[in-house]
Design a protein around this ligand. Structure first.
Ligand code: HEC
Length: 125
């Protein structure tokens, strides 16, 4: 084996080791937003917007997103399965409120709002 090949192999090995170290370091970093517990699921990590949706949104938008709850009909919450708003606009609406929808910036952090928007986006098909 010539020297060039050998040094390439060494470089690859070093890169692989560095990657492994980075993965271990980042995997071990606690993510504060993910580590937050929800009142409904004590002891469980929140990994998506489902529990925030159930706690904060379902009373108007319904478990299925169609808005057919008493409060949803009253406020005209519409049907999230047919929504066409962009995620950016939706996040702005959830954060600051819109029409009869209250603002959620005081009850959820930015990560939670993003998570809940990604969850409601999932109602579309
Ligand atoms: C008090 C009832 C109520 C609650 C609670 C509520 N919404 Fe709404 N939501 C509405 C109403 C009413 C609209 C229509 C607002 C408008 O047209 O300006 C709306 C609009 C939306 C839209 C935009 C839909 C579209 O196509 O225009 C999204 C996305 C949305 N809500 C998500 C959420 C999420 C996520 C939550 C929970 C964090 C939530 N809403 C909580 C009543 C509510």
């Amino acid at each position: 084996m010539d020297n060039l090949k050998l040094s390439r192999i060494k470089l690859l090995g070093a890169a692989a080791t560095l990657l492994l170290v980075l993965v271990v370091v980042f995997a071990g970093t606690p993510n504060t937003s993910m580590a937050k517990l929800t009142p409904e699921t004590p002891g469980k990590l929140r990994l998506d917007g489902a529990s925030d949706y159930a706690a904060q949104c379902a009373r108007c938008h319904g478990g299925d997103g169609r808005g057919q709850t008493a409060k949803g009909r009253k406020t005209n919450a519409g049907d999230l399965t047919k929504s066409t708003v962009s995620d950016t606009k939706g996040i702005r609406m959830i954060t600051n409120g819109s029409g009869q929808m209250p603002a959620f910036k005081d009850s959820m952090n930015a990560d939670q709002i993003r998570g809940v928007m990604s969850y409601v986006h999932g109602f579309r098909r």
